[in-house]
Design a binder for this molecule. Structure first.
Ligand SMILES: C[S@@+](CC[C@H](N)C(=O)[O-])C[C@H]1O[C@@H](n2cnc3c(N)ncnc32)[C@H](O)[C@@H]1O
Length: 305
């Protein structure tokens, strides 16, 4: 059963860490002239109208992207600048790139989902494959991607892992995968590990970003499931690190108190760029209504040798 709709959560703290990391991966791929291929296994609707009934229900963007607004210098990094960690404003270069990409969307009261982020961050020579299974979300995705007018972008109404099996390894053999499931069903955690294991057997160089929620006891059996999943991903033996952001204390009733990204085969120095960006982000997010100050950390799980 597919009932998850990302519009309820568009632009929240979880989108911030996920999309920052994904832009960091794309920036690193752009350092070489050769084309690359991006795969988004759980694409969602592509862009989100922050004024519609779903996004405006809980206004989750208000405690996420809205707190970061007006902080960028409005310019995307050049490829040379992207190798530095600070923008001219002293803001993390990666955070500045993310804010510069988001600003035109936010000016129209929209938030760019991962398909829009990829479409705007990639070059004309690079290819994008977007997979989405929910019929309603797929229709929105098709429409939103065509509005973005980006070349070499393909939308697929298919299961994300099946799509990966069918479409990888790409030619040329450079690229990255974003895996961002809704985690509605308990077996989505094990399906993900199986999907990553299978794709790495076919495409060893794939850079893979997995987003995961941090859930308190209130989530029942799902509490702790992300931690077990990360342990299983680490057992695949690839260089990997994780970055997490916490926006509330992990009390039994907290629900989703934060989230993380687990990055396999990460590009050189993404950990440093992301750490610098998240340091800025937690300062800007500040405290929640209960007085908890946001925290973030980046931790290597299997060091690159
Ligand atoms: C968290 S949302 C994606 C958000 C998007 N990645 C972003 O950052 O803007 C997860 C999406 O996965 C879709 N989905 C669920 N199971 C799927 C599957 N097996 N294959 C492809 N899409 C799936 C859901 O319909 C939902 O739209």
């Amino acid at each position: 059963m597919l009932s998850y709709q990302h519009a309820f959560h568009a632009g929240n703290h979880a989108d911030v860490i996920k999309h920052l990391c994904w832009i960091g991966v794309i920036n690193a791929l752009k350092k070489k002239d050769k084309p690359f291929t991006l795969f988004d296994t759980h694409a969602g609707a592509g862009t989100y109208d922050l004024t519609d009934d779903l996004s405006s229900k809980n206004k989750e963007y208000e405690s996420g992207i809205s707190r970061l607004l007006g902080q960028g210098d409005g310019s995307a990094a050049t490829e040379n600048q992207a190798s530095e960690n600070k923008s001219t404003e002293g803001l993390s270069r990666l955070l500045n790139d993310y804010l510069s990409l988001c600003e035109p969307f936010l000016a129209q009261q929209q938030y760019p989902g991962s398909p829009a982020i990829s479409a705007r961050a990639k070059r004309g020579i690079d290819t994008l494959h977007l997979m989405e299974l929910h019929p309603g979300e797929f229709l929105k995705l098709e429409k939103n991607v065509s509005r973005l007018r980006t070349g070499h972008s393909h939308v697929h109404k298919r299961d994300g892992y099946e799509g990966l099996r069918a479409l990888t390894p790409p030619k040329p053999n450079r690229g990255a995968i974003l895996i961002d499931p809704p985690y509605e069903r308990a077996n989505e955690y094990t399906d993900l590990v199986k999907g990553v294991d299978q794709v790495l057997k076919r495409w060893q160089q794939a850079q893979i970003v997995v987003w995961y929620p941090l859930l308190s006891e209130r989530a029942g059996a799902k509490s702790g499931a992300s931690e077990v999943m990360c342990d299983k991903l680490a057992e695949l033996g690839r260089p990997c690190f994780k970055a997490e952001i916490c926006v509330a204390e992990n009390t039994p009733d907290a629900g989703m108190y934060g989230s993380g990204v687990f990055v396999l085969n990460p590009p050189w120095q993404l950990d440093i760029g992301l750490d610098s960006a998240l340091t800025n982000v937690v300062e800007m997010l500040g405290v929640n209504e209960a007085g908890f100050h946001a925290t973030a950390h980046v931790t290597w799980v299997n060091e690159d040798s």
